[in-house]
Design a protein around this ligand. Structure first.
Ligand SMILES: [Zn+2]
Length: 167
């Protein structure tokens, strides 16, 4: 854990069991992130790991958006006449998100079928439905990312069109 935490960020209680921590800590003492009990240490570890994965995922999305924006910007600067069309072609290449929509429909149908079976009190199918739902959420998130990328690129294309000098 970083020692450069600001005073107000230093936890005063274990995030899992609530036991007081960092109470009599000297300014150079190690900052406790949990009470030190096994279950609590593992809890803090899992939370920090999940936060790190979320951040990595967010960074990957940001890097992807920037790479696409950069590529389309370069295209439009290099060729004022056709650059925006090439940029739009890139967007069309991203359009395979449509396939994902189809996949989502199938998954949703599967989830409904799974629920019908689950209603017969089959725990296994309830578990299956939960898995389907999770997968649907993941796919929807991917679709959302691609849609936001697409609209960003599209608006750049439009701006570029507006800036084209009248022939
Ligand atoms: Zn604890």
């Amino acid at each position: 854990m970083s020692q450069s935490m600001r005073q107000e960020e230093i936890p005063t209680a274990c995030p899992r069991c609530g036991k007081p921590i960092n109470q009599n800590r000297s300014s150079w003492g190690r900052i406790q992130t949990s009470c030190g009990e096994d279950g609590c240490r593992q809890y803090v570890y899992r939370i920090n790991k999940a936060k790190r994965i979320d951040k990595e995922r967010q960074d990957a999305v940001t890097a992807l958006s920037q790479a696409i924006l950069h590529a389309t910007d370069v295209l439009m600067q290099m060729d004022r006449e056709h650059g925006h069309l090439q940029a739009q072609q890139i967007v069309e290449a991203i359009e395979w998100k449509r396939c994902k929509h189809d996949k989502i429909t199938i998954l949703e149908e599967n989830a409904v079928a799974a629920r019908r079976r689950a209603e017969k009190a089959e725990e296994h199918n309830q578990h299956l439905e939960a898995l389907y739902k999770q997968r649907i959420q993941e796919l929807e998130e991917e679709v959302r990312i691609y849609q936001s990328l697409e609209s960003t690129i599209h608006s750049i294309g439009l701006r570029q069109l507006e800036q084209q000098p009248e022939a």
